[in-house]
Ligand binder design. Structure first.
Ligand code: CO
Length: 170
Protein backbone atom coordinates (compact mmCIF):
# COMPACT_ATOMS: atom_id res chain seq x y z
CA UNK A 1 0.00 0.00 0.00
CA UNK A 2 1.25 3.41 -0.95
CA UNK A 3 0.27 6.89 0.21
CA UNK A 4 -0.66 9.15 -2.69
CA UNK A 5 1.24 12.42 -2.50
CA UNK A 6 0.37 15.95 -3.53
CA UNK A 7 -0.34 16.88 -6.36
CA UNK A 8 -1.83 13.49 -7.29
CA UNK A 9 -5.24 14.35 -8.83
CA UNK A 10 -6.81 11.38 -6.99
CA UNK A 11 -6.59 13.54 -3.85
CA UNK A 12 -8.94 16.15 -5.31
CA UNK A 13 -12.04 14.09 -5.96
CA UNK A 14 -15.15 13.77 -3.83
CA UNK A 15 -15.27 10.26 -2.33
CA UNK A 16 -18.43 8.15 -2.54
CA UNK A 17 -20.26 6.75 0.50
CA UNK A 18 -19.15 3.27 1.53
CA UNK A 19 -22.05 0.82 1.38
CA UNK A 20 -22.55 -2.01 3.89
CA UNK A 21 -21.69 -4.71 1.33
CA UNK A 22 -18.38 -2.98 0.61
CA UNK A 23 -17.32 -3.52 4.23
CA UNK A 24 -15.56 -6.77 3.37
CA UNK A 25 -12.80 -8.71 5.11
CA UNK A 26 -10.47 -7.40 2.44
CA UNK A 27 -11.34 -3.81 3.33
CA UNK A 28 -10.90 -4.57 7.05
CA UNK A 29 -7.42 -5.82 6.21
CA UNK A 30 -6.87 -2.51 4.42
CA UNK A 31 -7.83 -0.65 7.62
CA UNK A 32 -5.12 -2.64 9.49
CA UNK A 33 -2.57 -1.71 6.84
CA UNK A 34 -3.59 1.94 7.08
CA UNK A 35 -3.03 1.95 10.86
CA UNK A 36 0.38 0.35 10.29
CA UNK A 37 1.22 3.16 7.85
CA UNK A 38 0.22 5.94 10.23
CA UNK A 39 2.26 4.44 13.08
CA UNK A 40 5.29 4.03 10.87
CA UNK A 41 4.98 7.57 9.50
CA UNK A 42 4.12 8.99 12.96
CA UNK A 43 0.84 10.31 11.61
CA UNK A 44 -2.56 10.47 13.26
CA UNK A 45 -5.01 9.68 10.51
CA UNK A 46 -5.34 8.51 6.94
CA UNK A 47 -8.32 8.75 4.59
CA UNK A 48 -9.40 6.30 1.87
CA UNK A 49 -8.58 8.64 -1.04
CA UNK A 50 -4.97 8.93 0.24
CA UNK A 51 -4.46 5.23 -0.45
CA UNK A 52 -6.32 5.28 -3.76
CA UNK A 53 -9.75 4.21 -2.45
CA UNK A 54 -12.29 6.94 -3.34
CA UNK A 55 -14.71 5.99 -0.54
CA UNK A 56 -15.85 7.93 2.51
CA UNK A 57 -13.82 6.53 5.39
CA UNK A 58 -10.73 7.27 7.40
CA UNK A 59 -8.73 5.64 10.16
CA UNK A 60 -7.55 7.69 13.10
CA UNK A 61 -5.62 7.27 16.32
CA UNK A 62 -4.99 10.58 18.11
CA UNK A 63 -2.98 8.99 20.98
CA UNK A 64 -1.22 6.04 19.34
CA UNK A 65 -2.61 3.66 22.01
CA UNK A 66 -4.15 0.51 20.52
CA UNK A 67 -7.48 1.11 22.31
CA UNK A 68 -7.82 4.50 20.60
CA UNK A 69 -7.85 3.14 17.05
CA UNK A 70 -10.96 4.17 15.20
CA UNK A 71 -12.29 3.45 11.75
CA UNK A 72 -14.85 6.11 10.76
CA UNK A 73 -17.06 5.24 7.81
CA UNK A 74 -19.39 7.77 6.17
CA UNK A 75 -18.59 10.40 8.81
CA UNK A 76 -20.69 13.52 9.13
CA UNK A 77 -20.02 16.49 11.38
CA UNK A 78 -23.13 17.06 13.48
CA UNK A 79 -21.77 19.84 15.75
CA UNK A 80 -18.88 22.28 15.79
CA UNK A 81 -17.68 24.54 18.57
CA UNK A 82 -14.90 27.06 19.16
CA UNK A 83 -11.77 27.61 17.10
CA UNK A 84 -8.22 26.35 17.07
CA UNK A 85 -5.36 27.83 15.07
CA UNK A 86 -2.54 25.32 15.11
CA UNK A 87 0.08 23.78 12.94
CA UNK A 88 -0.89 20.67 11.03
CA UNK A 89 0.62 18.32 8.52
CA UNK A 90 -0.52 15.59 6.16
CA UNK A 91 0.97 12.27 5.07
CA UNK A 92 0.29 13.33 1.47
CA UNK A 93 2.56 16.37 2.02
CA UNK A 94 5.75 14.95 3.54
CA UNK A 95 7.81 17.60 5.29
CA UNK A 96 5.15 20.33 5.22
CA UNK A 97 3.50 22.00 8.20
CA UNK A 98 1.15 24.95 8.24
CA UNK A 99 -1.24 26.71 10.60
CA UNK A 100 -4.91 26.02 9.92
CA UNK A 101 -8.04 27.31 11.65
CA UNK A 102 -10.35 24.49 12.78
CA UNK A 103 -13.21 24.05 15.20
CA UNK A 104 -11.92 23.17 18.70
CA UNK A 105 -14.65 20.59 19.28
CA UNK A 106 -16.62 18.49 16.81
CA UNK A 107 -19.27 15.87 17.14
CA UNK A 108 -19.39 13.32 14.34
CA UNK A 109 -21.76 10.59 13.35
CA UNK A 110 -20.12 7.58 11.69
CA UNK A 111 -20.22 3.82 11.25
CA UNK A 112 -17.38 1.68 12.61
CA UNK A 113 -15.63 -1.32 11.02
CA UNK A 114 -18.25 -3.71 12.42
CA UNK A 115 -21.07 -1.68 10.85
CA UNK A 116 -22.26 -0.11 14.12
CA UNK A 117 -23.32 3.55 14.15
CA UNK A 118 -21.78 5.97 16.65
CA UNK A 119 -21.86 9.59 17.69
CA UNK A 120 -18.65 10.83 19.23
CA UNK A 121 -17.17 14.15 20.32
CA UNK A 122 -13.54 14.96 19.63
CA UNK A 123 -11.67 17.87 21.16
CA UNK A 124 -8.41 19.68 20.47
CA UNK A 125 -5.89 17.56 18.62
CA UNK A 126 -8.46 14.85 17.81
CA UNK A 127 -11.01 17.42 16.59
CA UNK A 128 -8.44 18.93 14.27
CA UNK A 129 -7.52 15.51 12.88
CA UNK A 130 -11.15 14.52 12.27
CA UNK A 131 -11.82 17.74 10.32
CA UNK A 132 -8.63 17.24 8.32
CA UNK A 133 -9.62 13.66 7.38
CA UNK A 134 -13.21 14.55 6.49
CA UNK A 135 -11.82 17.26 4.22
CA UNK A 136 -9.91 14.53 2.36
CA UNK A 137 -13.23 12.81 1.61
CA UNK A 138 -14.36 16.00 -0.11
CA UNK A 139 -11.10 16.40 -2.02
CA UNK A 140 -10.06 19.34 0.16
CA UNK A 141 -6.38 19.52 1.10
CA UNK A 142 -5.12 21.35 4.18
CA UNK A 143 -3.05 23.80 2.15
CA UNK A 144 -6.28 25.34 0.81
CA UNK A 145 -7.00 26.52 4.38
CA UNK A 146 -3.64 28.29 4.79
CA UNK A 147 -3.39 32.05 4.74
CA UNK A 148 -1.81 33.40 1.53
CA UNK A 149 1.34 34.27 3.51
CA UNK A 150 1.60 30.80 5.05
CA UNK A 151 1.04 29.26 1.66
CA UNK A 152 3.71 31.29 -0.05
CA UNK A 153 6.13 30.38 2.76
CA UNK A 154 5.63 26.74 1.71
CA UNK A 155 5.92 27.45 -2.02
CA UNK A 156 9.41 25.97 -2.41
CA UNK A 157 8.40 22.72 -0.71
CA UNK A 158 5.20 22.50 -2.76
CA UNK A 159 7.21 23.02 -5.95
CA UNK A 160 9.53 20.24 -4.87
CA UNK A 161 6.59 17.84 -4.36
CA UNK A 162 5.22 18.86 -7.77
CA UNK A 163 8.57 18.09 -9.41
CA UNK A 164 8.77 14.70 -7.67
CA UNK A 165 5.24 13.85 -8.76
CA UNK A 166 5.97 14.81 -12.36
CA UNK A 167 9.05 12.57 -12.29
CA UNK A 168 7.20 9.59 -10.80
CA UNK A 169 4.33 9.98 -13.29
CA UNK A 170 6.67 9.59 -16.27
CO1 CO B 1 -4.02 14.61 5.22
Amino acid sequence: MEILKYPDPALNGRAEPLTGDELTEKLKKTFREMFAIIYKAKGIGLAGPQVGIPKRFFVINPTGKPEDEQVCINPEITRKEGTLHEEEGCLSFPGLLGKVVRAAKVEIKYTDASGTEHKKTFEGFGARAVQHEIDHLDGVLFITHLSPAARSALKAKLNELEREFAKSAK
